[in-house]
Design a protein around this ligand. Structure first.
Ligand SMILES: NC(=O)C1=CN([C@@H]2O[C@H](COP(=O)(O)OP(=O)(O)OC[C@H]3O[C@@H](n4cnc5c(N)ncnc54)[C@H](OP(=O)(O)O)[C@@H]3O)[C@@H](O)[C@H]2O)C=CC1
Ligand SMILES: CC(=O)[C@H](N)C(=O)O
Length: 260
C-alpha cells in the first residue's frame, strides 16, 4: 500500500491511457483503470501489480452509456483515495463533416466532451475540499487547427482545452492542479479505430515519449502542455494575443469598422 494518491485513468486499456497507467504505477501510485475492454484492463492490471507492487482496481465502463458513466462518477465522488484523474478516453473521426452520421456525431461528443466534463465535475468538489489533487485532460493539437478539417473532433478538443484553462483558473486557488495535454499524432490504435491508415502520416510520436513529456509538464504544474511544440514562445505569443484581444473588447459600442 502507498500513501500517494490513487490515479483513475480513463481509456486505460491501450495507447496513451495505458502508458499513463504504467508511468503512475512506476511512480508507486495505486490505480483505477477504466475502459470498455475488461480483459485488456485485467491483463494490464495483473502486469502492473506484478511489476510495481501497487494496488489496481479495474472498472470496466462504456463512458457513452449513462449507467456506466454514473458508476465512474460515483467512484470519483466517493473514493477519497483517488486524488488524480487522467481524463484520457477519447475517439477520433474519419471523413469530413458532411460524412458524419447523427449517431457518429453524438457518440464523439458524448465521449470527448460530455464524459470528460462530467468526470471532472464529479471529482472537482472533493479535491477542492481537500485542497489538493489533479485533473489531467487529454486534448489535441487538432483543437488548435481548423485547417486539419476534422471539424467535430477538433471542436471537441478545443472544448477540452477551454474547459481545462477555465477549470485551472477556478480550481488552482483551491489547491487543485488542472493540466491540458495536447498531443499531436501519436502511435496508438486511435487511427485504425477511426479508419485512418497511420502509415499515411509523415511524423508520429511514440506514446511513451508523449506521456513522459506530459509528465514533465505535470511535475512543473504547467496548465497547458504541448509535447510536440518545440518553440514554447509560439504558445506564449498566442496567449499574449488572446489577452490583448480581451483587453480591447469594449462592450458599450461596436467597433468603428462596423458603424454604418
Ligand atoms: N493518438 C493520437 O494521435 C492522439 C490522441 N489524442 C487523444 O488521446 C486520447 C487517448 O487516445 P489514444 O490512446 O490515441 O487512443 P486509443 O484508441 O489507442 O485508446 C483509446 C482508449 O479509450 C478507450 N475508449 C474508447 N471508447 C471508449 C468508451 N466509449 N468508453 C470508455 N473508454 C473508451 C479505449 O478502450 P476500450 O476500447 O477498451 O474502451 C482505449 O483505452 C484521446 O482523447 C485522443 O483524442 C490526442 C492527440 C493525438
Ligand atoms: C486521430 C487524430 O486526429 C489524433 N487523435 C489527433 O488528435 O491528432
Amino acid at each position: 500500500m502507498t500513501t500517494q494518491a490513487t490515479v483513475l485513468v480513463t481509456g486505460a486499456s491501450t495507447g496513451i491511457g495505458a502508458t499513463y497507467a504504467e508511468r503512475f504505477a512506476q511512480r508507486g501510485h495505486d490505480l483505477v483503470l477504466v475502459a470498455r475492454d475488461r480483459q485488456r484492463l485485467e491483463a494490464l492490471a495483473a502486469r502492473l501489480r506484478h511489476e510495481h507492487r501497487v494496488a489496481i482496481d479495474v472498472l470496466p465502463a462504456d463512458l457513452t452509456l449513462q449507467a456506466d458513466l454514473d458508476a465512474v462518477e460515483a467512484r470519483l465522488r466517493d473514493d477519497t483515495r483517488i486524488g488524480i484523474l487522467i481524463n484520457n478516453a477519447g475517439m477520433a473521426q474519419s471523413g469530413n463533416f458532411m460524412q458524419q452520421s447523427a449517431q457518429d456525431i453524438v457518440r464523439l461528443i458524448t465521449l470527448n466532451i460530455s464524459a470528460v466534463t462530467r468526470l471532472a465535475a464529479a471529482i472537482a468538489p472533493r479535491l477542492a475540499d481537500a485542497g489538493r489533487g489533479a485533473i489531467v485532460n487529454i486534448g489535441s493539437v487538432v483543437g488548435l487547427a481548423p485547417e486539419f478539417r476534422m471539424s467535430i473532433y477538433g471542436a471537441t478538443k478545443a472544448f477540452v482545452l477551454f474547459l481545462s484553462q477555465g477549470l485551472s483558473r477556478e480550481l488552482e486557488p483551491k489547491g487543485v492542479y488542472v493540466q491540458a495535454v495536447l498531443p499531436a499524432s501519436t502511435r496508438t490504435e486511435i487511427w485504425e479505430r477511426a479508419g485512418i491508415d497511420i502509415n499515411t502520416l509523415t511524423e508520429v510520436m511514440e506514446p511513451g515519449e508523449l506521456v513522459d513529456a506530459a509528465l514533465v509538464g505535470f511535475d512543473r504544474r504547467e496548465p497547458v502542455t504541448i509535447p510536440p511544440l518545440h518553440a514554447a514562445e509560439h504558445w506564449d505569443a498566442l496567449e499574449s494575443a488572446r489577452k490583448a484581444l480581451l483587453a480591447d473588447l469594449r462592450q458599450a459600442h461596436a467597433a468603428e469598422r462596423y458603424r454604418a
